[in-house]
Design a protein around this ligand. Structure first.
Ligand code: PLP
Length: 446
């Protein structure tokens, strides 16, 4: 039927391209009242063709597309080592778990050690700390940045116990990296940047760098609403060779060997090592130096990511432009709404547009979001608001499994008054204008 595989692939991919244009391309023209999601996948035939390529390889597990993505992503963001995983939550789990490795000596995070984080956080930034038996220490955030209140850091520090700070850049807005990094350097603490909502954000401190590359480890999510997608997927990145090796081991079953899937004996010493209490020459591929997981990503997911990364600079531009447009449009409502502000020295690649209803206006946030949702515009709350108020905390409430430092007044304020709407690249001026109009009406009608 085909002369060779290359020709077959070219034809199949051409058909996939035609299929995309006929059935998947969004040709709709927005009319007020049409659905406006807070986020969605933005893709074209290129992602579908790349996915088809990976499918036809039928390699299935981590393979050539993963390698290509990790290399290109690392070059783009400025990280020496990038490891793909199956979600942003897995990325956080992996980043935290790597810091529990005994190889890290006195910096190893042990059970009972403390990790400073924010109460207004995403659950899976915090869960790995609790699951391991370390103690999250919750501090408040500032408004309208919605990031860690760095004036609380010193109070949160316990000599000999505090080992790390692990926090997200909220909805794309970088936290005060200068203050947090100086604090971490002063006490020799790890800094894990949950960069899941901030891919493409920049921060300037002497030099300008992408968020996720200032701390020891950065994490990303490629879940569909995020800055770029693989369906499910995430990444962990670092510039530290030891951390990189630990991340790889914990990601891949906890094994000692670093040979990639499908490769054996790259070091040439597969059968002549001595490992703990194992007999001499035990097959190194089956030697486990950590209590690890298997949280790898498939090559099909990475194949989508490879094409998304090429579009990424345009995605960032669109997110920034949409955010600024919406902010200009909503400024007239600033007597009723607290509008978001970028952190000083930052250039955010916004994940969303975060709004707080001023309580003194007598407006009720839930009534406002209900009105907006009734007009077919999707809204979201900020992370957990205050994670310590959630049912998952009932089982550990008032125990020493966690600590709270200072008041969580702003986190509680966010629980009651904040919400966000989308600025993803699928927005148009017409959609943003309509959103602003509906938000304005929501305030009038209550
Ligand atoms: C800040 C933050 N961290 C982690 C995650 C988890 O990512 P995933 O949904 O890919 O597990 C999210 C998800 O939205 C997030 O917003």
């Amino acid at each position: 039927m085909w002369e060779n595989e290359e020709q077959a692939r070219a034809e199949i991919k051409k058909l996939v391209g035609e299929y995309y244009h006929q059935f998947k391309e969004d040709k709709s023209v927005f009319k007020p009242g049409d659905r406006i999601n807070y986020a969605s996948r933005v893709f074209d035939e290129k992602e579908m063709q790349s996915l088809t390529d990976a499918t036809l390889d039928f390699w299935l597990t981590t393979g050539r597309f993963c390698n290509e993505f990790e290399k290109n992503f690392g070059e783009w963001i400025g990280a020496r080592f990038v490891h793909l995983v199956n979600s942003g939550s897995s990325a956080n789990l992996l980043a935290f778990t790597a810091l529990t490795a005994p190889e890290l000596g006195k910096k190893q995070i042990r059970k009972g050690d403390e990790v400073i984080t924010v109460a207004c956080g995403f659950p899976t930034t915090i869960n790995p700390i609790l699951q391991y038996g370390a103690v999250p220490v919750f501090v408040d955030v500032t408004i309208p940045q919605y990031n860690i209140d760095v004036t609380k850091l010193e109070d949160a520090y316990t000599p000999g116990k505090t080992k790390a700070v692990m926090i997200a850049h909220t909805l794309g807005n970088p936290f005060n990296i200068k203050a947090v990094k100086e604090f971490c350097d002063k006490y020799d603490l790890w800094l894990v940047e949950d960069n899941c909502d901030a891919l493409g954000s920049k921060y300037t401190m002497g030099e300008t760098r992408f968020t996720g590359t200032w701390g020891d480890i950065g994490t990303s999510s490629f879940y569909p609403p995020h800055h770029m997608t693989m369906g499910e997927g995430g990444a962990v990145y670092t510039n530290d060779p030891l951390l990189s090796r630990l991340l790889l081991s914990f990601r891949d079953w906890g094994r000692d060997c670093v040979c990639p899937s499908g490769k054996d004996n790259l070091c040439g010493h597969r059968f002549d090592g001595d490992w703990s209490e194992l007999p001499h020459g035990y097959d190194h591929k089956y030697v486990y130096s950590h209590f690890g997981y298997n949280i790898k990503v498939t090559d099909m997911q990475a194949a989508v990511g490879v094409e998304q990364l090429k579009k990424f600079p345009d995605f960032i531009k669109a997110r920034k432009a949409n955010w600024s447009y919406l902010k200009d449009n909503l400024k007239r409502l600033s007597d009723k709404l607290i509008l978001p502000e970028p952190e000083q020295d930052s250039d955010p690649s916004w994940f969303g547009f975060l709004i707080s209803v001023k309580p003194e206006t007598g407006l009720n946030r839930n009534a406002v979001t209900r009105f907006i949702e009734d007009h077919n515009i999707q809204t979201r709350l900020l992370f957990s608001g205050n994670i310590t108020r959630h049912p998952c905390f009932d089982q550990i409430r008032n125990t020493d499994a966690y600590r709270v430092v200072g008041s969580l007044d702003n986190s509680d304020f966010i629980v009651n008054n904040s919400f966000w709407v989308g600025v993803y690249p699928g927005m148009t001026k017409e959609k943003l204008d309509y959103m602003a109009e509906v938000i304005s009406d929501a305030l009038k009608s209550h």
